[in-house]
Design a protein around this ligand. Sequence first.
Ligand SMILES: [Zn+2]
Ligand SMILES: [Zn+2]
Length: 418
Amino acid sequence: MYKAPRGTSDILPEDQPYYRYIEQKAAYTAQLYGYQPIETPVFEDAGLFIRSVGEETDIVDKEMYVFKDKGGSDLALVPEGTAPVLRAYIEHGMQNLPQPVKLYYFSSLFRYERPQAGRFRQHHQFGAEAIGDDDPALDAELIDMVWNFITGLGMSDIILFINSIGCPRCRPTYLEELKQYYSGKTDKMCTDCKTRLAKNPLRLLDCKKESCTPLVARAPKSSEHLCRECGEHYNSLKKYLDLLAIPYTENPALVRGLDYYTKTVFEIQPQGEKGAQAAIAGGGRYDGLIEVLGGKPTPGIGFGSGMERIVLNLKKQGAAIPPPATQKVFVAYLGSGAKEKTLRITAELRKNGVTAIQSLNDRSMKAQLKQAGKSGAVYAIIIGEDELKSNSAILRDMSQGIQQTLSINEIFTILKTK
Ligand SMILES: [Zn+2]
Ligand SMILES: [Zn+2]
């Protein structure tokens, strides 16, 4: 027996309304802010992520699905959404368009992670990138969009964390300070943090282990070691968020997992949940990234939001999802003459935009009505020998159990007006 690969899941019909609802809200919100849709391939040159995300990161080092195709090219299933969009921006000369270029996307992301609640090897993301402007008002606008998207879904009790992690000018001094602070405390640190201290000190602040949280709490803060430009950017961002009445909490331990972030980083989490696991949306500025990928120096900012985690939280909060708009009609028959007639009627209903389910296989009327009830049909149209002779049909209101015999034309008029 085959099963879906470990860490993946099927999105069954009963969960589809959640995904359609999120996609609809996402596209609607993105377009309100002037974002246009883009789609990029599910696999890319593996080098794109080695260059952008960084060779030393977990994503590239441990989690990326890499493979050689039959032509010998090194490819990777896309592990994060930003690099492909930036690749497309450079490849298609979008730097010649009015800036910023604002793009949103839905994509499947693949990471070989240890499967656990809310973490998948294939997950779906809504994301957006605003490329070509370094104004902190753009950061505030993007955060405003994400905030309105999440709250617009009906989600409450969420919290927005922001931080600034500086730029290549001010970060090295800060990292030195951080290393100095931690180097005297190795006996109190977890093993992962000992590696981080040597390899990627910024990630020390990401540690959620109980032994390390008191160390994180007293660690030097990046927002207090910013150069003048980064400091002004951060202050303006906060001013603009106040202006837009977006409530935020400064979180000096927020660094995000990716090497390429500069200045602004942010995350939205449900209240009372902790850790990177809990984030339902997050992103940041990446002013050096386009240059790293071979483009002209171009600033940018983006975010991503995991749809599986949003669904999980919508269910947890019991948020109301709008039901599918279509009302179904079930078409039942008795006898072979009636069957032929109903096949034509069903086809005609569909041409008129009515969702119709045709009964098949000559079942008993009792079985057909039972199926009609289970199908969620609002009406059943029933044709037997008598109705066939008189060119009529029975229209049954499934919720009330009331039925009447009408001409086919009358039934079409009723169904079309509903
Ligand atoms: Zn700086
Ligand atoms: Zn630790």
